[in-house]
Design a protein around this ligand. Structure first.
Ligand code: 13P
Ligand code: SF4
Length: 310
């Protein structure tokens, strides 16, 4: 496998040959965002996947995102540059244990955050993302009991916003739970003119200090629309590439983790590289495959989400 010097041109050529589209999440490295046809949050990416006319989808994100694209497009080739690009939240919810949990709450419907495997989606009634979770829960009749899985932090936030009691699965994201409340407050003291923007996957002590809470797309929009020109960003720092690109004069400071590591970078998202994107298109592998009936069972709650998000 010879790697060309100009990966940007080589990828553009392969895309044309294959009639491929590149969908990238904001947590991908800057170069990947720059070659993508569409960059978005989980909801935006699934809406794009539902509407694409491409024959091949190269998903620059993590496994559950590429799976969602495949569930929506069983006849298209869906490629993920690195199959090891998983997610701690998806891993925190094994299907067998979740099926037992569900059986213990027979009068509940299941709303699952999109950050879960196809098997968990197949056990769910409705899927949500961080941008529509509050609105989706608000659309459910108040007497209907709800299990919310797998992210307990997002679940707690949605429960507070909607005033609903949710039965929560005990999962969390290794990136968002690593932010240090103490160090964020210290940073704010040094930068009193900065606003704190946080993703709802963060823990409550961090969210308490946030000036604005939202999905990656919502955080990006807020940072562009706000009159403030300095922000502390409590989510994966890949998003800062777009924030900075769209507002070069503004200052974006990544929120610190509890230790001096790069723990706020998602190790799964970072497995994808421009070179792997090129190789995936060239070799038409690694491909996402989802067996039936899991795929068709998982499709229904995704379609419900898309309908409820119009
Ligand atoms: P959103 O892009 O929907 O905000 O989700 C963030 C995330 O953790 C994706 O893995
Ligand atoms: Fe999963 Fe967290 Fe990485 Fe998102 S940032 S893919 S939730 S581990």
């Amino acid at each position: 496998n010879n790697i060309p010097d100009d990966l940007f041109s080589a990828i553009a050529l392969l895309k044309e040959e294959l009639n491929a589209v590149i969908l990238a999440h904001y947590y991908q490295e800057g170069d990947i965002q720059d070659i993508a046809d569409y960059i978005g949050d989980s909801l935006g990416l699934s809406q794009q996947a539902a509407n694409t006319s491409a024959d091949v989808i190269l998903f620059a994100g993590v496994h559950f995102m590429a799976e969602t694209a495949k569930i929506l497009n069983p006849d298209k080739l869906v490629l993920l540059p690195d199959l090891e690009a998983g997610c701690s939240l998806a891993d925190s919810c094994p299907p067998d244990a979740f099926a037992q949990f569900k059986a213990q709450h027979p009068d509940h419907i299941v709303i699952s955050y999109i950050n879960c495997t196809a098997e968990i989606k197949a056990l769910s009634d409705i899927i949500c993302t961080s941008s529509n979770a509050v609105s989706i829960v608000n659309q459910i009749p108040p007497e209907q009991k709800i299990i919310f899985a797998p992210d307990k932090n997002l679940g707690r936030y949605v429960s507070e916003q909607t005033g609903r009691d949710l039965v929560l699965w005990d999962g969390s994201c290794i990136v968002h739970e690593t932010f240090s409340e103490k160090r964020i407050v210290e940073l704010k003291v040094q930068n009193p003119d900065a606003q704190i923007l946080a993703h709802p996957e963060c823990e409550t002590p961090v969210l308490r200090h946030a000036d604005y809470i939202g999905s990656t797309t919502a955080l990006l929009k807020y940072s562009q629309g706000s009159e403030c020109d300095k922000f502390i960003i409590a989510t994966e720092p890949g998003i800062i590439h777009q924030m900075q690109k769209q507002a070069p004069h503004k200052v974006f400071i990544p929120a610190p983790s509890t230790s001096n590591c790069n723990c706020n970078e998602c190790p799964y998202m970072r497995l994808n590289t421009l070179e792997k994107v090129y190789l995936a298109l060239k070799n038409k592998t690694p491909e996402i495959i989802i067996p039936e009936p899991t795929r068709s069972k998982a499709l229904k709650p995704i379609q419900r989400m898309l309908e409820m998000s119009k």
